[in-house]
Design a protein around this ligand. Structure first.
Ligand code: 6MZ
Length: 367
C-alpha cells in the first residue's frame, strides 16, 4: 500500500514538513531495515547461525501479513534485541528516524524484558530512558515512554510492570519520562477482562492508560473495559463503531467518554483486520467529529512512516492541508503530558506551523 500521492511527491514532502505527534509506536515494531540488518550482523559476529534475512523480517511494501505472522516476527526481533547494547541501539535509531520524519513529540511504548544473565527489566527500562535523555539533548524532539503490558503474559507479569512503573515515580531524573501504561500483545491471546483490576490499580497510582481495544472483533471484553472507565486512549478500536462491526453501545460509550482513538491505517490494512484503506474506521469516526490521532503502530514491520500515514489518510478521506494542520495541533490534547507541558508543546507546534506558512506561501493550510 502506497500513498499514491507520493507520485505527487510534493504532497508527501508537505506531510513530512508538518511538525507531528506520534502516540502509538511500539519500540521493537518500529525497527527499520537498516537497524535490523545491523542487529543481524552483530548476532553473526557473535557466531549465531540460521539467522533470517532482513527482508523476511519486515513486510515489504505492498505485502501483507496476518496478525499471527506479525507476532511471530516480534519473537524473532526480540531474539535480536536480547542485550542492553542492542536495546540502546534500537532506541537511538528509532528516535532518530522519527526526528528525521519531523516528529516533534513521541510517545514510545515497549514491554520490559528480562533475559537471564543479560538484563533485568529494570536494566532494560533504564537503558531505554537513558537513551531517550541522550537523544533529546541533541535532537528537536520530546520523547516519553509507556510501559507495555503484554496481554499474552498473564496478570502477574502485568502487576509487575505496574509496580516497575511505580518504582520510577520517585526517581529524580526518570520520574517525568514514564507517562503511562500501554496494554497490547496478540489480541487473540489472553482475556483483557482479567487485567481490569491491575489497570484500575495503575489508574489509582496516577498512570494514564492507552489500551489496544477491538483490534479484532471482541465485543464482550471491549464493553467490559470501556464500562470500567479506565481507558485514556484507545489503540486501533477497529471493531467499535456500529458501522465497522462494533455496536451502538460501544460507540456510545467511546463518544460519551470522548476517548481519543490512535488510528494506524497501514497496520490494520496490512495485517488484514481492515479490508482496504477506504473501509478504514477513520472515515466513520471523522463523521462523528471524534478525537483521532494518526499513528504508525509498527513503522518497521509495516514499512511506513508517520508522514506516509498522513498522506494515505489525506488521500483516502479527502483531508485538506488545513485538516492535517488541525490534526497536528489537536493531537497535543491526546498526549499524556501535564496541562502545562501540553500548553508548551501546542505553542511550539503552532510556532513551527506559522514559520512554515511564512516560508512557503503555498503552505496556506486552506487548500
Ligand atoms: C497488539 C502489538 C501490535 O514491546 O517489544 N504490538 N500488540 N497489536 C499490534 N498490532 C500489529 N504491534 C506490536 O514491541 C513489540 C510488541 O508490541 C506489541 C506486541 O506485544 C509486540 O510483541 P516491544 O517494544
Amino acid at each position: 500500500m502506497y500513498c499514491s500521492q507520493s507520485s505527487n511527491m510534493d504532497f508527501l514532502s508537505y506531510c513530512k514538513s508538518l511538525p507531528k505527534i506520534e502516540l502509538h509506536a511500539h519500540l521493537t515494531g518500529s525497527l527499520s531495515d537498516e537497524t535490523v540488518l545491523r542487529l543481524l550482523e552483530a548476532k553473526r559476529k557473535e557466531g549465531a547461525v540460521n539467522l533470517p534475512e532482513s527482508a523476511e523480517l519486515t513486510i515489504q511494501r505492498g505485502h501483507n501479513r496476518t496478525l499471527e505472522e506479525c507476532f511471530k516476527l516480534f519473537g524473532i526481533l526480540h531474539c535480536l534485541t536480547d542485550n542492553l547494547e542492542a536495546v540502546k541501539k534500537i532506541t537511538r535509531d528509532v528516535i532518530r528516524e522519527f526526528v528525521s520524519d519531523n516528529v516533534r513529540y513521541l510517545e514510545l511504548r515497549t514491554t520490559p524484558k528480562f533475559i537471564p544473565d543479560k538484563m533485568t527489566k529494570k536494566d532494560y527500562i533504564d537503558t531505554v530512558l537513558d537513551t531517550m535523555i541522550e537523544e533529546m539533548k541533541t535532537n528537536n524532539i520530546i520523547v516519553r515512554l509507556l510501559l507495555s503490558i503484554d496481554r499474552s503474559r498473564g496478570v502477574d507479569d502485568a502487576r509487575n510492570t505496574v509496580q516497575l512503573a511505580k518504582d520510577y515515580t520517585t526517581h529524580e531524573i526518570y520520574k517525568t519520562l514514564i507517562c503511562g501504561i500501554d496494554v497490547s500483545g496478540n489480541p487473540q491471546s489472553g482475556k483483557l477482562t482479567d487485567y481490569i483490576c491491575v489497570l484500575e490499580e495503575a489508574k489509582k497510582c496516577g498512570f494514564r492508560l492507552a489500551v489496544h481495544l477491538a483490534e479484532i472483533p471482541s465485543e464482550e471484553e471491549t464493553l467490559a473495559v470501556l464500562k470500567a472507565n479506565i481507558v485514556d486512549r484507545i489503540g486501533h478500536g477497529t471493531f467499535i463503531h456500529l458501522a465497522s462491526g462494533g455496536s451502538q453501545e460501544l460507540l456510545d460509550l467511546v463518544k460519551h467518554y470522548q476517548i481519543p482513538l490512535e488510528v494506524c491505517v497501514s497496520s490494520n490494512v496490512k495485517s488484514g483486520t481492515v479490508k482496504n484503506v477506504q473501509d478504514h474506521h477513520l472515515g466513520l469516526w471523522r463523521k462523528e467529529d471524534h478525537p483521532l490521532v494518526i499513528c504508525t503502530d509498527d513503522k518497521g514491520i509495516f514499512s511506513t512512516s508517520l508522514s506516509e500515514e498522513y498522506c494515505i489518510c489525506a488521500e483516502t478521506f479527502d483531508l485538506s492541508k488545513s485538516d492535517l494542520i488541525k490534526m497536528c495541533i489537536s493531537a497535543v490534547e491526546s498526549t499524556f503530558l501535564s496541562h502545562h507541558e501540553k500548553h508548551q508543546l501546542r505553542l511550539s507546534i503552532q510556532d513551527e506551523l506559522n514559520s512554515l506558512k511564512g516560508a512557503n506561501n503555498s503552505f496556506s493550510g486552506t487548500d
